[in-house]
Ligand binder design. Structure first.
Ligand code: F6P
Length: 380
């Protein structure tokens, strides 16, 4: 950095949005401006903004009032891996090879040129596994990068908690409470499908907090007969209704995950979804006519609206810590939570491998001890 020049920090929010993005932007920007006297800008739509050089100044005025709000004032995208970027022709159509696959190329140098042109000294990436992988790759190319772990799925292996997860759990827990009363009124089985990709954290936490009778997660394949047995057991105990929370990535023993759609130009192309409807149909064939089954898919409600107080605080801590890292010149690392302490970890230890639920962990045992079924064991 030139001496005498005000340090310039750029922020981008990559991947699917998560409640807490704005709180990190708020805390980081405020700390950068008020404590350190830096200038801050934000690239729009994640790495797309970096490629197209679309950004806006982040000032005390432009960030005013955003801390509690979900979403991202910078907008986000889960499609723009600049190291493996889909090529388009002059008509805007994807260029394809002889096998029909989209042709991709590395356009990261364009982004690096933009950073230089804009006089950016440090790039802070708020993202999940995909965005942080690119952050690591930019760091390897000499860019000063800091990562902040975001995702409602809570599946990043290098931090105890990602921001966004707590809000999603709160929303799912509230939904489970709401379907309880209607399920009870109609003597129905209600299946609530939650997000999480290949990790069952949202289902596990909300299922326990929301008193689900059955929790189905990707890490523990289920058998239909065990779910039916649980519904019948409740019936015999005078509880002629049941609540099932199913993670979008859950699957039957020997079966496969239900895919909703393939987003071809996204680095992680598979979008899961649809298991609640599938399961609903299957269970209706197997249980008596007294109990209708209804699927409820919470979908993107889990990422929207207001950020929970826990996530606001976690995000504020992450943002503030990232600003201190900039001041100390600590780059190539991601901010993380270890126990109750905010610290940081090198990108190489962050990338690859998801943090999944250990089927033998304490929380699973806690649930089992309370009679919650995971669909894997027969009812005793
Ligand atoms: O990773 C966050 C997440 O919400 C997942 O839980 C879900 O599978 C996916 O993103 C949905 O992606 P999209 O926003 O593209 O529908």
């Amino acid at each position: 950095m030139e001496t005498g020049k005000k340090k310039k920090i750029a922020i981008l929010t990559g991947g699917g949005d998560a409640p807490g993005l704005n709180a990190v932007i708020y805390s980081l920007t405020k700390t950068c401006i008020l404590k350190y006297g830096y200038e801050v800008i934000g690239y729009r739509f994640g790495y797309r903004g970096l490629l197209l050089n679309e950004y806006k100044p982040l000032t005390l005025e432009t960030i005013s009032g955003i801390l509690h709000k979900g979403g991202s004032i910078l907008c986000s995208s889960n499609k723009h891996n600049l190291f493996d970027f889909p090529l388009k022709d002059e008509n805007g159509d994807f260029v394809r090879d002889e096998n029909g696959n989209i042709v991709k190329r590395d356009v990261s140098d364009v982004a690096i040129e933009n950073l230089k042109k804009d006089g950016v000294d440090v790039l802070v990436v708020l993202g999940g596994d995909g965005s942080l992988t690119s952050a690591r790759d930019f760091s390897k190319k000499g860019v000063n990068v800091i990562g902040v772990p975001k995702t409602i799925d809570n599946d990043l292996k290098a931090t105890d908690v990602t921001f966004g997860f707590n809000t999603a759990v709160n929303i799912c827990t509230e939904a489970l409470g709401r379907v309880h009363t209607t399920a009870e009124s109609h003597h129905r089985v209600i299946i609530v499908e939650v997000m999480g990709r290949n990790a069952g954290w949202i289902a596990l936490h909300s299922g326990i907090a929301g008193s689900a009778d059955v929790i189905l997660i990707p890490e523990i394949p289920y058998k239909l007969e065990n779910i039916v047995a649980k519904i019948e057991e409740r019936d015999r105990r005078g509880k002629p209704f049941s609540i099932i929370v199913v993670s979008e990535g859950a699957k039957e023993e020997g079966g496969s995950q239900v895919i909703n759609k393939i987003v071809e130009d996204s680095p992680d192309a598979v979008r899961l979804g649809g298991i609640a409807h599938k399961l609903s149909y299957q269970l209706e064939q197997l249980i008596d006519d007294e109990h209708e089954v209804r699927p409820v898919v919470l979908g993107h409600t889990q990422r929207g609206g207001e950020t929970s107080p826990y996530d606001r605080i976690l995000s504020a801590r992450y943002g503030s810590y990232a600003a201190h890292m900039i001041a100390e010149g600590r780059f190539g690392e991601m901010v993380c939570l270890k126990g109750s302490e905010i610290t940081s970890i090198p990108f190489d230890e962050v990338i690859g491998g998801q943090r999944l639920v250990d089927p033998n962990c304490e929380l699973i045992q806690v649930a089992r001890n309370m009679g919650i079924s995971f669909g894997d064991e027969p009812i005793k």
